[in-house]
Design a protein around this ligand. Structure first.
Ligand code: URA
Length: 249
């Protein structure tokens, strides 16, 4: 069984973006650090870092932020970039400011283009991130695309063939599954995460993607009650569903 990690309280709070060790000591002296209903006087004390700490610990009267090992589900709105450093609106802007100071840092699990909306995961768990994006895991991503021109009928076979090579690349794409919803709308399931993949696939078929929205990753479906720009934490059971679900072809 995995050993529960332990940490000094001041180190843990520092790594969660609350401030330096000196600031944490000052905050504790002022009664701002409470664990299991008791003021913490000595922030150099070691504690077990468990996921129930936010229910047991308060910082300045507020529940502790989620401890490291968090997974966030965001309904990414259009116009936000999946980057830590570009100009303009970034997906990280929707999270609390303090979380920018977290170590390990929170990163997106793969990327969605600025003009793609929908299901985006963010995590500070590097192992999990790599497991989700690893091509070996074949996590299926389902996109809803609306198209500039009506589908011609050959696209499903082309995408499923496993022989389609995108412009500027050498390696054929893994088979992908197309489900036609209407002449200009389709669901496309892919297991890879190549640059602008879905847009380039439709371009290779002589079409143009007008809108693109990710609805699903593995068995994890975007919940109806999460509006664009809203996010929530996933629990372990929900995270496990990412590795279930539909295969691409
Ligand atoms: N494919 C794209 O073209 N864009 C995305 O954002 C995701 C997949």
């Amino acid at each position: 069984m995995k050993k529960t990690p332990t940490s000094r309280i001041d180190r843990l709070l520092g790594a969660m973006g609350y401030g330096s060790r000196a600031e944490m000591a000052r905050m504790a002296r002022a009664g701002g650090v409470v664990l299991d209903g008791e003021d913490v006087a000595d922030v150099s004390r070691r504690i077990a870092v468990t996921h129930d700490l936010p229910q047991r610990m308060e910082i300045d009267g507020e529940p502790l932020d989620p401890v490291p090992g968090l997974v966030i589900l965001l309904n990414k709105p259009l116009g936000m970039t999946c980057s830590h450093k570009e100009d303009g609106a970034l997906v990280y802007d929707v999270l609390p400011d303090r979380w920018r100071g977290r170590d390990p840092a929170i990163s997106t699990v793969g990327r969605l283009d600025k003009q793609t909306s929908g299901l985006l995961l963010l995590t500070d768990d590097g192992d999990l991130l790599h497991r989700i994006i690893s091509p070996k895991r074949h996590v299926a991503k389902v996109y809803r695309a609306t198209l500039a021109r009506p589908l011609e009928g050959h696209e499903g076979e082309l995408f499923a063939s496993g022989t389609l090579v995108l412009e500027g690349e050498d390696k054929p794409l893994a088979p992908a599954r197309l489900e036609v919803i209407s002449p200009t709308e389709a669901l496309l399931t892919v297991t890879e995460g190549r640059y602008h993949q879905v847009r380039r696939m439709f371009a290779a078929a002589g079409n143009h993607v007008e809108t693109l929205h990710r609805e699903r990753m593995g068995g994890l479906v975007m919940p109806d009650d999460l509006a664009p720009g809203q996010w929530r934490l996933l629990d372990d059971t929900e995270v496990a569903t990412i590795f279930d679900g539909p295969a691409a072809a």
